[in-house]
Design a protein around this ligand. Sequence first.
Ligand SMILES: [Zn+2]
Length: 205
Amino acid sequence: MKQEQNFERELPSGYRQAKYINAKNAKFGLLFNLIALLVFALVMVVAVLLLRGKGDFSFAEDVFMNDYYFLALLVFCIVMVGYVVLHELVHGIAYKALTGEKLTFGISWSCAFCGVPHIYTYRRTAMISVVAPFAVFTLLFLPLLILFYFISPMCFLFCAAIFGLHVGGCSGDLYVLALFLFRFRDKRTLMRDTGPEQYFCVPQE
Ligand SMILES: [Zn+2]
């Protein structure tokens, strides 16, 4: 499919704006950060329960007294910063591959973001670009989690923390995906994504 078929430069006549979301909005930003925190907490609870299920797990011995605890903590911090950058880069790669248009990257009080602000992308393009980081990093982290579960409780917990922050941090992206799956199911739906803001536009019937 040619890139031009994935988007419109102008909103075609007969379209109307049906929904607008803004991650910089105080309520929206707080709500999604709260959801992210809850998801993170839930993942950590499940991770600890899984380790306890193995029977021979002790926080003090297996994590805090591990010779490599501070190294693991350092690696965790580096991976977290790298993750935020790579997450936005994956959005960008998908948008770039599908549209070839100029991207915008940034960071605000509530989130880091990537958008393609000068065009309106069709539903399929928007969905792929929005969900790409969730799909890529979930597929990357899951095998690591399984591996660490069997070899190192400490690495498993750090990896679970990264996974929890990843899934929680994707809550805004997953909300946009859910809007497409359940509300904007017409493939002619267009989305303008400035990064923190998304405008959903649908043909007027
Ligand atoms: Zn994202």
